[in-house]
Design a protein around this ligand. Structure first.
Ligand code: IPD
Length: 307
């Protein structure tokens, strides 16, 4: 019920703040981090630290104590082999440190992302960046909010302005950790189509009129955290976020936060077959576009090999 969700939100928000303290402690401890303290998962850019594991342990334990009957999906538990099928039961879905690469480098776009799924739909999300003290919350049917420096703001901060075309958008994209040749080619081709000058003869000081008639986006951004990209679309700082190859814990909390702020979260059905963003999905609101992994048989096969 709405009041159950409010109680769970109160619990989850406090838990995210405790997890945030541990992330900050970890950041102090690991700077001056040596390569031996950073583990690699499927390749040398898929990083994990002892703090990813510690934060997940804390969150899992507290959830187990408060809501013993709820199921749990967590990035690190999943990597360690705890892979249960999604049911209709209430299920917490957690990324203990979203933006692990940022965490390792001291780039302050790092968060804990805690989502709740019920009947296979995300219904509650809390995303907390302890470095910037920014806490985003979203509850289905109850709106989403940014809490920062003691104040609370309803999202989006300003009414979404209609976007007639991609050419006026600020778009988040991510390189992700799959850098295999087909993936990196598809991604960078899409980046080029989104941000490159469509006029082949355009150059600095060239034919301005032709450039203005083009479709290139205002620019691309990469925050290095899927949950923070979703939250920034909800806030109104980004118009769109597009990524290939996210996991449920990357998107669960952010989905509710973005949807409750009026955004649309969509999988590949609204994208062209290669996952490219098309003009057809832009009809005047802020959009989050995400292409979930495992959408095609080919991707399912690749995922099974990866983890
Ligand atoms: C990753 C980040 C990154 C995104 C990847 C995610 P992690 O999560 O959100 O921005 O590109 O798809 O897996 O590994 O830092 O928890």
């Amino acid at each position: 019920t709405p009041s159950d969700l409010r109680d769970i939100l109160y619990f989850t928000t406090n838990l995210a703040r405790r997890a945030g303290d541990l992330i900050l402690e970890g950041s102090k401890a690991i700077h001056g981090i040596s390569a031996k303290d950073v583990g690699e998962k499927k390749n040398s850019v898929d990083l994990v630290t002892e703090y990813d594991v510690k934060v997940e342990e804390l969150v899992k334990e507290e959830i187990g104590r408060m809501y013993p009957e709820f199921k749990f999906i967590g990035e690190e538990s999943y990597s360690a082999g705890s892979q249960h099928p999604l049911t209709d039961e209430p299920t917490f879905c957690v990324d203990p440190i979203d933006g692990t690469t940022n965490f390792v480098h001291g780039f302050p776009f790092v968060c804990i992302s805690i989502g709740l799924i019920y009947y296979k739909r995300p219904v509650l999300g809390v995303v907390f960046n302890p470095f910037l003290d920014q806490l985003y919350t979203g509850v289905k049917g109850q709106g989403s909010y940014l809490h920062t420096r003691g104040a609370q703001y309803k999202l989006p901060l300003a009414p979404p302005r209609p976007l007639p075309s991609l050419s006026q958008a600020l778009i988040a994209v991510e390189w992700g950790s799959d850098r295999s040749a087909p993936q990196i080619t598809a991604k960078s081709d899409s980046f080029l189509r989104l941000a490159g000058d469509p006029n082949p003869s355009a150059s600095r000081g060239g034919d301005k009129a032709k450039v203005e008639g083009g479709k290139m986006a205002h620019s691309l951004r990469s925050m290095g955290s899927a949950a923070l990209n979703f939250s920034m679309v909800a806030q109104g700082g980004l118009d769109l976020y597009w990524e290939i190859g996210c996991w449920p814990w990357d998107i669960c909390a952010g989905t509710v936060i973005a949807q409750e702020a009026g955004g649309l979260v969509t999988g590949s059905s609204k994208c062209s077959h290669n996952g490219d963003v098309t003009e057809e999905i832009l009809t005047g609101r802020k959009y989050v576009v995400i292409r979930a992994i495992g959408d095609t048989e080919e991707e399912k096969g690749r995922d099974a090999q990866k983890r």
